[in-house]
Design a protein around this ligand. Structure first.
Ligand code: NOJ
Length: 554
């Protein structure tokens, strides 16, 4: 059995609610996904990751699960899911579920029971504590907003919620909870699912005694759970179950540096995760969190990417991504919407050709952009509303100023309906879409790009085709050049006698590029570019806006 199949894989992420609606209720669903299987396959990916599709009251759009072994009725049924699984497998694609076990919904049966009393079978499924007088048990603040503790009148105790108050944290120290997790793993693996993306998995073990944390505006206490004392032990238990199956696991690790990631992801029999979703490279235009915006720094981006490329190499495996449901659209962040196609292609080649397994988030492949809403009420997400209150309270933001910021940084920018065509509601639904469709759908949609050989969509297809079974791209060693340049990102991949040289300009202005000394451009074949006219000047060239060129040397 080739346990390393995930290395040759590329993955498409589906956030079902906004993908494709089959029944006109304005909400994307599984039959909608099923109707797009040909499309997904046509991208050349061989894996699909579903953001949570379980029953949920939608306090955090699925990341608050009320039943782990079923499908959100808004999305369809288990039968619908099995059809997708079948179709995917027939097409040589694997399917991954989102495993959210740091917390459940407060509407999960376990929590409802747990909240009833301190002496029932579920009492210790969550983290309950007495308050300190009128105050919560400690000073922890939620990652979203406000205290991380919520008082429950029935139990006369507080429960911990690192995220929203409708997302109580599970008590992973309770062996019964870990047994439940294993049951969930087996349920899906027995059905044929091929693995998991594990939500905030690095948060599941909390420090003993829950000591006060270093005061911060949000997430106070995070140092006491971001790599808690029993994390590795618990991951090992779950991994033992996973090892009985041919499956893979990618963990989400907010604030996890590459050194820790190497601990979890190193090859060998004690490997706990196959790869980790890093956040470092997503902070090149913000400070720690997307909402604390700073000017884009190419050097920050390069340092983050290069450190994961270099430090993980030969030890474990990287997860490559530039978009998902938690971040604003990348062209509006690191590229330039004026040059949507050009900068979109440049960004695509920049991350896709690095060492690791690339992920593509729905809509990224056509260069979907951020959305500007006129009213705060048009937003839907708990995080946006929390930030609204926070920015008003701490920085006295007007609605207008907040809307301006949200249109740049809110994760809801990535949650607008997928733009399939230039028809009504961008072809997403025949009903009223649950979230506003981006007005630019007439120019940016799948259908128009299908017919255009130079489209971003077809560029992604070419990247996938090029990468698949290409040992140079899959396994080649990464090396960065001109690190101090704030205009160019240049790196090579090398394996045996073969090399790739990837040259990306992050600027509109012309930048003079001279090939690093051991590359003779006249001997390379240009395998990717975003312009037609590709002149050389000596052993280099002067870049056009956001130009990318990828040279292949055999
Ligand atoms: C990370 C998920 O990606 C995000 O969408 C969610 O809000 C938090 N974890 C909490 O589950």
């Amino acid at each position: 059995m080739d346990k390393n199949w995930y290395r040759n894989m590329s993955v498409y992420q589906i956030w079902t609610r906004s993908f494709c609606d089959s029944n006109g209720d304005g909400i994307g669903d599984l039959p909608g996904v099923l109707s797009k299987m040909d499309y997904i396959q046509s991208l050349g990916v061989n894996g699909i990751w579903f953001s949570p599709i379980y029953p949920t009251p939608n306090a955090d759009y699925g990341y608050d699960i009320s039943d782990y072994m079923n499908i959100n009725p808004e999305f369809g049924t288990l039968e619908d899911f099995k059809k997708i699984l079948d179709e995917a497998h027939k097409r040589g694609m694997r399917v991954f579920m989102d495993l959210v076990i740091n917390h459940t919904s407060d509407e999960h049966q376990w929590f409802k029971e747990s909240a009833k009393s301190a002496d029932n079978p579920y009492s210790d499924y969550y983290i309950w504590r007495k308050g300190r007088g009128k105050n919560p048990p400690n000073n922890w603040l939620s990652v979203f907003e406000g205290s991380a503790w919520e008082y429950n009148k029935d139990r006369e105790e507080y429960y911990l919620h690192v995220f929203a108050k409708k997302q109580p944290d599970l008590n992973m120290d309770n062996p019964k909870v870990r047994e439940e997790v294993k049951k969930i793993l087996r349920f899906w693996l027995d059905m044929g699912v091929d693995g998991f993306r594990e939500d905030v998995i690095t948060f599941i073990s909390k420090a003993e005694g829950l000591p006060n944390g270093f005061p911060l505006p949000v997430a106070t206490g995070i140092e006491h759970y971001k790599h808690g004392p029993h994390l590795e032990e618990y991951l090992r238990e779950f991994r033992e179950v996973q090892n009985e199956y041919d499956c893979f696991a990618v963990g989400e690790g907010p604030m996890t540096g590459v050194k820790d990631a190497v601990k979890y992801c190193s090859d060998g029999k004690d490997k706990l995760l196959d790869m980790l979703i890093s956040f470092d490279h997503m902070n090149a235009d913000c400070f720690m969190a997307d909402w604390i915006k700073t000017p884009f720094s190419l050097k920050k981006l390069k340092s983050a990417m290069s450190s994961w490329q270099n430090e993980m190499y030969g030890k474990g495996w990287n997860c490559l991504y530039i978009e998902n449901h938690d971040h604003a659209r990348i062209i509006d962040r690191y590229g330039d919407p004026k040059y949507r196609r050009e900068s979109g292609k440049m960004l695509a080649a920049m991350y896709f050709l690095q060492w690791g397994t690339p992920f593509i988030y729905q809509g990224q492949e056509i260069g979907m952009g951020n959305i500007k809403l006129d009213r705060v009420e048009d937003y839907k997400d708990v995080l946006t509303f929390n930030n609204y209150r926070l920015f008003k309270k701490l920085l006295h933001f007007s609605d207008e100023k907040f809307l301006e910021l949200a249109s740049k940084v809110s994760r809801e920018n990535a949650r607008t309906p997928v733009q399939w065509n230039s028809g009504e509601n961008a072809g997403f639904t025949t009903g009223t879409p649950w979230f506003k469709v981006n007005e630019n759908y007439k120019e940016i949609n799948v259908e128009s790009q299908e017919n255009d050989p130079d489209s971003l969509l077809n560029f992604y297809r070419k990247l996938n085709a090029f990468r698949r079974n290409n040992d140079l791209v899959v396994y080649g060693r990464y090396k960065e050049y001109y690190h101090s340049s704030s205009d160019l990102y240049v790196y090579s991949r090398k394996r045996k006698g073969e090399r790739l040289l990837v040259v990306c300009s992050f600027r509109e202005k012309p930048v003079r590029f001279k090939a690093p000394k051991d590359f003779d451009l006249s001997r390379g074949e240009i395998v990717f570019s975003n312009y037609k006219d590709l002149p050389h000047e000596g052993n280099g060239f002067v870049t056009k806006p956001y130009e990318v060129r990828v040279y292949h040397f055999k």
